[in-house]
Design a protein. Structure first.
Length: 341
C-alpha cells in the first residue's frame, strides 16, 4: 500500500500512482480526502486509504469517490456511523505513538466499532514510531508496539470478530523488521529510492536507488565586478571580478532558503557552483566563475548527477538541517514532473 501522500513525496502522485497501477498495485494510502479524490479523478483504481482526519461535512465525498477512511478514535467512529450510509474504514490502533487511533487498551470501544451498522471494516493498523533505528531502547519500544497491536487482533478474534487485513509497517519497518510483514506495507520514502538521512540511505544503497532529479535552467549569465554586491539585502559582495548566473528556481519551488549565502550549491557541466546571496522566491544566484562556456538555457542540477558529481536529497537535507522527506515533499507544484525512461 504505497504512500503517495504529499504529491508522492514531491514526485508527482498521479504519475507515480498510474505507473504503480500499471504494475499491478491496487492499494494506496494518502493523507487526506482531497489527495484521494485527485487520484480518482485521474483514473487511479483500487483501494485508497485516507490516513488522516476527514471533516464530517466531507463524509459524502468518501462515499462518492470510494475512499476508505481511517477511524482516528472511537468518537470519530460514532460520527462516521451517524452519517447513515456505508463507509469503508480501517481502524487506527494507537500502540504508543499517541497521534491518531483508538488506544490499544480500549478493547471494548474497538469491539463497539465492529458493531456499528454503517461502517464496513476493511482493515486495522498501527504505526511504529521508532522503527527507523536499531538502538536497543527503540527496538524494545517497537516490539512493545507490535505486541500491543497483535494483542488487539488476538482479542478481537477470541471474541468472534473477523479481522480483515492488518498492517503496521512503513519504510523503515520493512527494512529493519521484515518479520513483521502483514497484508499491507505502507511504503513511503523508500518507494522513491531514498531514506531520511544519508547514513540510512547509504546503508541500503544496494537496493535503494533514487528516482528523482531536480533541475533548473540558467536564465542569465553576467559579470560581477570586485566590490559589487548581489541579491536581496546585498548579502554577497564580490572580492574579485567574477561570473554569476541566475537560475530559474527559488524557495517557492522548494529550494530551502537556508541554503543561501554559500550553504548550498548546484551542479552545472559537471562542476559545483556555490549559491551566493539570498535565495529568492523564483530565482537564485550561483558563482560560475570556474565553469567554462556557460550560457543561458544550460541545465543546473540541484538534486542528481552532472558529470562525476552528485548532489542527493539527503545532502540538501543535511545542509538545511532537516530530513530528505521534507526536502522532497516540499518541491513546488509549478515544477514540471517529467518521466524519463
Amino acid at each position: 500500500m504505497p504512500a503517495v501522500k504529499a504529491d508522492a513525496y514531491g514526485h508527482g502522485a498521479i504519475l507515480v500512482a498510474k505507473e504503480l497501477n500499471r504494475m499491478g498495485v491496487d492499494a494506496f494510502c494518502v493523507a487526506c480526502a482531497a489527495e484521494g479524490i485527485s487520484l480518482r479523478k485521474h483514473g487511479i483504481t483500487g483501494e485508497i486509504l485516507v490516513l488522516g482526519y476527514t471533516c464530517p461535512d466531507a463524509f459524502p465525498l468518501l462515499e462518492q469517490f470510494r475512499l476508505t477512511q481511517t477511524i482516528v478514535d472511537y468518537h470519530y467512529a460514532v460520527r462516521l456511523n451517524q452519517y447513515g450510509r456505508t463507509i469503508h474504514v480501517h481502524i487506527g490502533i494507537d500502540t504508543g505513538m499517541h497521534r491518531l487511533g483508538e488506544r490499544c487498551e480500549n478493547i471494548e470501544q474497538i469491539c463497539h466499532i465492529f458493531e456499528m451498522k454503517h461502517l464496513k471494516i476493511d482493515g486495522l493498523f498501527t504505526h511504529l514510531c521508532v522503527s527507523d533505528t536499531l538502538k536497543p531502547q527503540e527496538q524494545s519500544y517497537t516490539r512493545q508496539q507490535a505486541d500491543a497491536f497483535y494483542h488487539v487482533i488476538a482479542e478481537l478474534k477470541k471474541r468472534g470478530y473477523s479481522c480483515p487485513r492488518i498492517h503496521l509497517q512503513s519504510s523503515y519497518g520493512v527494512l529493519n523488521y521484515p518479520e513483521l510483514s502483514e497484508d499491507y506495507a505502507r511504503i513511503g520514502i523508500a518507494l522513491y529510492g531514498v531514506l531520511s538521512t544519508s547514513e540510512d540511505t547509504n546503508r541500503w544503497k544496494d537496493i535503494l536507488h533514487p528516482v528523482l532529479s531536480l533541475k533548473a535552467r540558467v536564465a542569465a549569465v553576467k559579470e560581477l565586478l570586485a566590490g559589487e554586491a548581489a541579491g536581496y539585502g546585498l548579502q554577497f559582495t564580490a572580492d574579485r571580478d567574477m561570473k554569476i548566473a541566475a537560475l530559474t528556481i527559488g524557495y517557492a519551488d522548494g529550494l530551502p532558503r537556508s541554503l543561501s549565502c554559500g550553504n548550498g550549491s548546484v551542479l552545472i557541466h559537471g562542476h559545483r557552483a556555490p549559491i551566493i546571496g539570498r535565495i529568492c522566491m523564483d530565482q537564485c544566484l550561483v558563482d560560475v566563475s570556474q565553469i567554462p562556456d556557460i550560457k543561458a538555457g544550460d541545465i543546473a542540477a540541484l538534486i542528481g548527477r552532472s558529470g562525476q558529481e552528485e548532489i542527493t536529497a539527503c545532502d540538501l537535507a543535511e545542509q538545511a538541517g532537516t530530513i530528505s522527506n521534507e526536502i522532497l515533499s516540499r518541491l513546488g507544484a509549478r515544477l514540471e514532473r517529467v518521466p524519463v525512461l
